[in-house]
Design a protein around this ligand. Sequence first.
Ligand code: ADP
Ligand code: ZN
Length: 726
Amino acid sequence: MIEDSPFVAAAPVLVPMPAERPYTYAVPAGMRVVPGSIVRVPLGPRQVAGIVWDGVVEQVDARKLRPIEQVFDCPPIDRAMRRFVDWVAQYTLSAPGMVARMLLRAPEAFDPEPWIEGLQRTLVMPDRMTDARTRVLETAEGGLAWTRSGLAHAAGVSSTVIEGLKAQGVFETVMIPPRPVVAAPDPSYALPDLMPDQNDAASMLRANVAAGAFNVSLLDGVTGSGKTEVYFEAVAAALDQGKQVLILLPEIALTHAFLERFQGRFGAKPAEWHSDLPPRMREKVWRQVAEGGVRVVAGARSALFLPFKQLGLIVVDEEHDPAYKQEDRVFYNARDMAVVRGHIGGFPVVLASATPSVESRVNASQGRYARAVLSARFAEAALPDLKSIDMRRAPPARGGFLSPVLIDHMRKTLEKKEQSLLFLNRRGYAPLTLCRVCGHRFGCPVCSAWLVEHRFRGQLVCHHCGHNERRPEACPECGTLDHLVACGPGVERIAEEVVTHFPDARTIVLSSDIMGGVRRLRLELEAIANGEADIVIGTQLVAKGHNFPNMTLVGVVDADLGLANGDPRAAERTFQLLSQVTGRAGRTGKKSLGLLQTFQPDHPVMRAIVSGDAESFYQREISERERAALPPFGRLAGVIVSAVTRAEAEGHARGLRRSAPEASDLFVLGPAEAPLSLLGGRHRFRLLIQGERRADMQGFIRTMLANGPKQRGSVRVQVDIDPQSF
Ligand code: ADP
Ligand code: ZN
């Protein structure tokens, strides 16, 4: 402990920078710091917030060091969290400072929240009464402190009335502590009435929470089987123990309905945490999580780095979701890191999904995770009847993308006054625009990608870097007017086709391009749930988690879309996405149907979806991975080298390859052009490293990087342990 040693007048401080280790600062006489203290330190010409780290500082001449400027009045980051930061840095081969940076993302929260000035009733009576004064006194009767504006508003009077009363001594000024962002949840607020299989699963989770030690449970249940109801019981058990709980969700758009559902069970909402939160709210949540006042957080992957005071359970909902992978600066998978966090903190983790990742299924079958299965939908809700439409036999009309079979079912659904969802995981109008005369194709000037036409906006947009330009009238190559054609469909184009068939239907297009952001998206989702649309055309935004009670038809416009890219995980992803999308249908008793438009009705993924036989799909997928020694039976990592010129990038990647150490259990593939070989003006090459399960992947890459060529010029190297696609 730094504070106990009379000799140490210096402390290691981890600053939010790409630094490999903490920097040493002098601790001025009289200043008390402990490992975990959040401090303000000088860094070059700036001042930054950092965390006092572990490890003894050698006796140094503190006079040569720059001093810590300030210790914030903030709970120290606890040992488990510090070990977690170190662990994530080690595993992902990131600088610890960059991991710490994710923890320090609410700078104003390091100072205590200010108390605000308020008013409280004294025993003094006003000299004379008016109606307004009477209302104020009645409102303030309970003796609670009020803010001036709050009291004026509640009593329906102007602030002059309040001022008058205060001048007479009827109210006195008091300081009011900051308000909690959320009320305390009550574990026994509304106990559920669980079905027998739900009850079994809940008992298992409760027992795992009661054990008060690290363990992982996989809650595996078809969409609508009540997984949320069940894991709420684990949450209740952790709350009963006085612990805090973190629930990770993959999509912000989902949180709204989730918060309400949580409130129905626990009488209060959990605190939210995601990038869309207003800054002031972020500060408050961060602080109150650190102080322990917030008991439950529902958040995106970044919530893993909140400084919980007493974390006792993490639930990862939709654990298979690719949104849990961050591919920016620190590349990490929040599902995997949640398990690590539980291991370090010594508490249970629950992973929930209707279509678990192959990784989690294997962990369950090998006994590392406990598994609870819910095999039926709740109550009379039946899973939709699923069929594929063979597009070779029932092709769309010329220029269209919807098979007559699908259109026919949409008509029937409309006649029954029920809702249809058309799913296509492609934003915009058309994925490619070309000139019919000279064949010119519109590509992004800085990426190896075609520009996607967005007709509502009149633009051609790059979906990788955001580059956009007006869609011209004439071809920039040959100058011919009005001969540009859109190739292939996006959701906007499907909407156009739908309108030609059903001009009177209420049609909504939902994708992340929606104007008005998350707020608007929530309103639209609510409108759909309330039956204010007949036909919804959407990307994966509508595929996840939502409950649309009147939706009885789901049509997948291009079920083959995700299978084409040659990625060994493509089948798993497509299976998960299609299960999830078709799972939007038939959430309440009504008979429902899911139709997959496909050119490969015999593909194992289509067969698995149509037959509902997930089990044999998983078995097949697992044995193929095992045969190819792919994750989770082997290990993989990507090393991406990018640079402004192709030669620089390729040269550096080759240099790295030559520097790879000898190893019997790991080998390097490549370098080859990365899947997006040009991105934002940078050329990209990739090395893939594959190896046995127990191989020291991190040590291997670290040696390779250390022995490799010096990073010069525009060269950048990114390491991606356990890449999503390979
Ligand atoms: P999942 O998370 O598996 O998709 P949910 O937990 O969302 O399933 O449950 C689907 C629907 O069934 C929800 O509307 C939920 O409120 C309802 N439900 C599930 N189990 C019960 C139960 N035991 N009692 C009442 N309603 C339930
Ligand atoms: Zn681009």
